[in-house]
Design a protein around this ligand. Structure first.
Ligand SMILES: Nc1ncnc2c1ncn2[C@@H]1O[C@H](COP(=O)(O)OP(=O)(O)OP(=O)(O)O)[C@@H](O)[C@H]1O
Ligand SMILES: O=C([O-])CC(=O)C(=O)O
Ligand SMILES: [Ca+2]
Ligand SMILES: [Mn+2]
Length: 665
């Protein structure tokens, strides 16, 4: 008040007609002077101190279910207090150091927030769990855990404690993933034991690099000790798979609010009721990504290690903070668990037309699964990971993970609009003052990403399930520029291309890849599959046959020359092609067969210049085109050699057909 007025006991101020000594209008302190006074007639706050005022600001989240036991005979008799204690025991057990055979002392809540806790909820923070054995200094310490925080709470944690966290102009949380801005497939390890020895795919081409159980425990201990040494850890209890019969409960223990918010967005978010009855998770991730693994540990070849133990149902992350490791680590787990139940797990996007026609979009990183499955005219079931069961398709995740490089509002409006409060923006560059994001800036990485809950896409199909697919679209980003923009595939060709999994890997998603290069990745996701590719291929063939799905190969890559001389096919053209597949009109048109690959290409597609449908037309140098075509065909052939000794399904005939469906030259 000093300098421009004087307080009055009743808190009213007004400017009168008189002039004060300093020449300013004299302040009158009378009540209600002809409406020129401030309308401050509300009663004052009911607080005597600042702390009390702050305690009024927050109220206890409404209990979602009344305390059980008051609901009659069918309700369980467990009290709120017992439930809290069970949760503490469960989390202490998760964080147990197994050599010491004891969990840490755990306390729910933020250690920094104790004084701010409203009186009436303070008791909740007093619940803690103390195990009986204590053998070292670390057991004298409490580990605070922040359990399934809301996005708003996670924003506060990130901004307060994590360097590189900022709110962007549209309300997203910009974060940095540290030194690693893509996955590290060479640092992934899988425990080889009696079961996995026989079940999993090992050896050449397989993503499963072995480690033994003991080494896993060494790394697990390292991660758990690191996490327990912190002031606090984040715990997310969530679900995978929208198919209620095959839902998996996952727990993610992490050190960063960024990781917790990422998984909040990417996994399925339980309702408060579901959370109350969560119980023991089916799978647990220990993300100690800020802390390296010990290079002197057996099997370790760098300071990064992502370790999967299927028997223990656990994953440990050391030495990388790239959040995609968690998402794709869980996907690997699903690639093991689901086929055991005769359910096919797929690295694909999925959407559905208004008439219930479902399309799958397979493709490696950067080929367009997210971009093309996010379609304003169709319902989005999911952008990256699905299951195909006897009852139809279901999304594994609760969110989308879109590439943001060169994102534009015009070309991808739904993704653009999803970048708002709650969305995690990884490694993007923004204006330091306005916080406007520059999506063309690749200073941190080319692999910039947005992770948002699926309901941020306006036409998301919730629950994310649908009937059996009608179209199976294989996306390839062909850097050689010789594959046609679209071709119709026979079942054998679909299998051939599915097993081949060709693309030009777009820079950035995997560490160390700076330029696009030709890649073959079985089932369009060799980095995530656990069984031999032919197992998934046989299931896909069987399902496509049974449900009459049509296969398509769509090149979202180069036209008019290879990478460097030609250009990437325009997104609006690809969208027109996809529209024609969905509508069924592409089945009606005329086709001709290409040389070498034997692909059926349409002579016209509405909205697409016909001359680009035949790649040779777009190349100025026809000899160069032919040479490049043969070069790519040779690469396909060489890649497929490793599969020629395998039988696909029970049918020897299909295997022969698949082998014959490759390039002939
Ligand atoms: N013709 C095209 N078709 C599809 N995408 C295109 C095309 N031209 C350019 N793009 C760009 O390619 C990128 C495709 O990335 P997208 O996020 O859809 O990949 P993804 O298959 O979902 O990969 P990931 O599995 O890594 O998430 C987007 O940035 C998109 O704008
Ligand atoms: O895993 C990632 O980082 C991104 C992704 O979706 C993929 O590579 O398929
Ligand atoms: Ca994607
Ligand atoms: Mn993916």
């Amino acid at each position: 008040m000093a300098g421009n007025g004087s307080g009055h006991a009743n808190g009213e101020f007004s400017f009168g007609n008189g002039t004060a000594r300093n020449g300013l209008a004299k302040i009158q302190t009378h009540k209600k002077q002809n409406g020129i006074c401030h309308d401050d007639s509300a009663p004052p706050v009911k607080a005597q101190t600042i702390d009390e005022l702050h305690s009024l600001q927050k109220k206890k989240s409404a209990p979602t279910t009344p305390i059980k036991g008051t609901q009659g005979a069918f309700a369980s008799t467990i009290t709120d207090e017992e439930r809290q204690i069970q949760q503490l025991q469960s989390i202490s057990a998760s964080l147990a150091s197994l050599t010491r055979e004891t969990g840490p002392k755990v306390v729910k809540g933020d250690p920094a927030r104790k004084s701010e806790t409203p009186k009436h909820v303070a008791h909740a923070h007093e619940y803690h769990f103390t195990p009986t054995i204590s053998v070292s200094d670390s057991s004298l310490k409490f580990t605070h855990f922040l359990y399934n925080l809301s996005p708003a709470e996670l924003y506060e944690q990130a901004i307060k404690y994590e360097k590189g966290s900022f709110i962007t102009e549209t309300g997203a949380l910009a974060t940095l993933s540290g030194a690693k801005t893509g996955r590290s497939p060479r640092d992934k390890r899988v425990v080889r034991d009696e079961t996995t020895e026989d079940d999993l795919w090992w050896g050449k081409g397989s993503p499963n690099i072995e480690m033994d159980e003991h080494t896993f425990m060494v790394n697990r201990e390292r991660a758990v000790d690191y996490l327990n040494s912190l002031d606090k850890v984040f715990v997310n209890d969530q679900f995978l798979n929208w198919d209620p019969e095959n839902r998996i409960k996952v727990r993610i223990v992490s050190a960063r609010a960024y990781h917790s918010l990422f998984m909040h967005n990417m996994c399925i978010r339980p309702t408060p009721e579901e959370l109350e009855n969560f119980g023991t998770p089916d799978f647990t991730i220990y993300n100690a990504g800020q802390f390296p693994c010990n290079r002197y540990t057996h099997y370790m070849t760098s300071s990064t290690s992502i370790d999967l133990n299927l028997a223990r149902r656990e994953m440990v992350i050391l030495g990388t903070q790239y959040a995609g490791e968690m998402k794709k680590g869980l996907f690997s787990v699903m690639h093991y668990l689901m086929p055991k139940r005769q359910i096919l797990s797929l690295h694909s996007g999925c959407n559905m037309g208004k008439d219930g026609d479902v399309a799958l979009f397979f493709g490696l990183s950067g080929t367009g699964k997210t971009t093309l499955s996010t379609d304003h005219n169709r319902l989005l079931i999911g952008d990256d990971e699905h299951c195909w069961s006897e009852t139809g398709v279901s999304n594994i995740e609760g969110g989308c993970y879109a590439k943001c490089v060169d994102l534009s509002r015009e070309k991808e409006p739904d993704i653009w609009n999803a970048i708002k409060f709650g969305t995690v923006l990884e490694n993007v560059v923004f204006d330091e003052h306005t916080r406007e994001v520059d999506f063309s800036d690749k200073s941190v990485t080319e692999n910039t990403r947005a992770a948002y809950p699926i309901e941020y896409i306006p036409n998301a199909k919730i629950p994310c399930v649908g009937p059996h697919p009608k179209n199976v679209i294989l996306l390839a980003c062909d850097a050689f520029g010789v594959l046609p923009p679209v071709s119709k595939l026979s079942l054998a060709q679909t299998m051939y291309h599915f097993i081949s999994g060709y693309t030009a890997l777009v820079a950035g998603t995997e560490e160390g890849v700076k330029e696009p290069q030709a890649t073959f990745s079985a089932c369009f996701g060799a980095a995530f599959i656990m069984l031999h590719p032919t197992k998934y291929a046989a299931m896909l063939a069987e399902k496509m046959l049974k449900h009459g799905a049509t296969g398509w190969l769509v090149n979202t890559g180069w036209s008019g020359g290879s990478y460097g001389s030609g250009n990437r096919i325009k997104l609006p053209y690809t969208r027109k092609i996809i529209d024609a597949i969905h509508s069924g009109s592409l089945l009606e048109t005329n086709y001709k067969k290409t040389k070498v690959f034997g692909l059926e290409i349409p002579t016209e597609v509405e909205g697409v210049p016909s001359e680009i449908l035949e790649p040779m037309n777009t190349w100025a140098d026809k000899n160069a085109y032919n040479a490049t075509l043969l070069k790519l065909a040779g690469l396909f052939k060489k890649n497929f050699e490793t599969f020629t000794n395998y039988k696909i399904g029970k049918d020897g005939k299909l295997t022969e057909e698949i082998l014959a469906a490759g390039p002939v030259f």
